[in-house]
Ligand binder design. Structure first.
Ligand code: OVM
Length: 403
């Protein structure tokens, strides 16, 4: 965005609480209001600024010099108020050039090429799960479908031994709740995750990881790049933090979308090569991660509004993903839509490092289900799972029809 020559104004404000339950359950009406209020809106309730239009979200994410991640990507300032339960992430909570070096190690390990090794495992696991679900007929698409798939295939690919499902779900919930204020959602997540950070740290050590896994590859790449073993262990921790709860949300929302829009499921059944785009459309339409924060490094004049230095800016991916300035009929779930410009994975230097594996998981499970399920039927109301930054469902009772 160009620096303006017009005198800066105080800019619009909104009394929105982006951590109130109503917003966490359904942020989209409030996001529309934010977009209409202005390109950047001051939220006095938290003393932060918010951007929710596609163009502004994209521009802020690409401008890491003025919009830093080093004070954390949540509401709080990690440089003054560190998390009690972990050290700062070596990839999420740093800026270039340190970020660049760490990111390169992770990117190499998680590249599409490196991920090919896991395609077959994912397909086999997806087919087995889909068979079990069709045999059940009625089930909870959260507990029986969305949670089991990522929490089995992802830790296995990473090289974790043993049953890590509950620990990883608790840790993911904590990681994403920690983006918000110290409200009851964060308190509950801290309580649920008692002892979990220690257990996860143990699983991230080289000695604990299976040979041939992503975790070991990450340790090797980190060593080759001159990072210490402790740093490598922390980078593995980043994958465990971000890699399970996010795909759980995406898969639950996928089932909900297909139950509500049967014609869209029919399109995927008729052409299973749509599975990949369908998962991306779920990520666009539902934006599992609502948004993260950045911190201004200097006074920023954004569309005539002055944001002082060292202030937090909430970057609302979910607002961008429903912006009619960018999308044609943004409220429609359309598996054939061109999803380029989807900001559900973020953008810029910090764009989701696990995007390839997330898409592979989504595609594998949707494909396996498309080969077996004629149609999805809701058997009750979906129940939202409230989290300060990760939208999701806690229960999704469904019935499937199959021949
Ligand atoms: C990390 C990490 C990355 C993405 C999300 C996240 C909100 C954590 O590097 O630890 O949790």
């Amino acid at each position: 965005m160009e620096l303006s020559t017009a005198p800066p104004t105080a800019g619009p404000t909104s009394d929105l609480d982006p951590f109130a339950d109503a917003f966490l359950v359904d942020p989209f009406p409030a996001l529309e209001e934010l977009r209409e209020t202005g390109p950047v809106v001051y939220l006095p309730r938290y003393d932060v600024w918010a951007v929710a239009r596609h163009q502004d979200v994209h521009a802020v994410l690409r401008d890491h010099r003025r919009f830093s991640s080093a004070a954390g990507v949540g509401l709080g300032d990690l440089t003054t108020d560190a998390y009690s339960w972990r050290r700062p992430s070596l990839i999420l909570e740093v800026d270039p050039p340190t970020h660049t070096a760490h990111r390169a190690v992770v990117a190499k390990t998680m590249s599409p090429r490196a991920m090919q090794t896991f395609q077959e495992v994912f397909d086999v696991e997806a087919a087995a799960l889909a068979d079990r679900l069709v045999a059940l007929g009625r089930f909870d698409a959260v507990a029986d479908l969305a949670e089991p798939f990522p929490s089995v295939v992802f830790p296995r690919a990473l090289g974790a031994e043993g049953d890590t499902r509950d620990a990883l779900l608790a840790y993911g919930s904590l990681s994403f709740n920690a983006i918000g204020p110290a409200n009851r959602h964060l308190e509950a997540a801290l309580e649920r995750a008692r002892g979990v950070p220690e257990l996860i740290a143990e699983k991230c050590r080289r000695e604990a990881l299976r040979p041939g896994s992503i975790g070991i590859a990450l340790h090797d790449a980190a060593a080759a790049a001159g990072l210490t073993e402790d740093q490598a262990t922390q980078l593995v921790r980043s994958l465990f933090s971000a890699g399970v709860d996010t795909t759980v949300s995406g898969l639950a929302f996928a089932v909900l979308a297909f139950a509500r829009h049967r014609e869209q499921w029919q399109l995927v059944r008729d052409d299973p090569s749509l599975a990949r785009n369908a998962f991306d459309e779920v990520v666009r339409h539902q934006s599992p991660v609502t948004g993260f924060f950045r911190t201004t490094t200097t006074e920023v004049v954004w569309d005539d509004v002055v944001i002082p230095a060292r202030r937090k800016v909430m970057v609302l991916f979910a607002g961008a993903n429903r912006d009619p300035r960018h999308w044609d009929r943004p409220e429609d779930f359309d598996v054939r839509r061109r999803t380029a410009g989807n900001l559900g994975y973020g953008a810029g230097a910090h764009v989701c490092a696990g995007m390839t594996i997330a898409r592979m998981e989504g595609e594998a499970l949707i494909r396996a289900l498309a080969a077996r399920v004629d149609s999805w039927h809701l058997e009750g109301d979906p129940e939202p799972r409230l989290n300060n930054s990760l939208r999701g469902l806690s229960r999704l009772p469904v019935r499937v029809r199959s021949q």
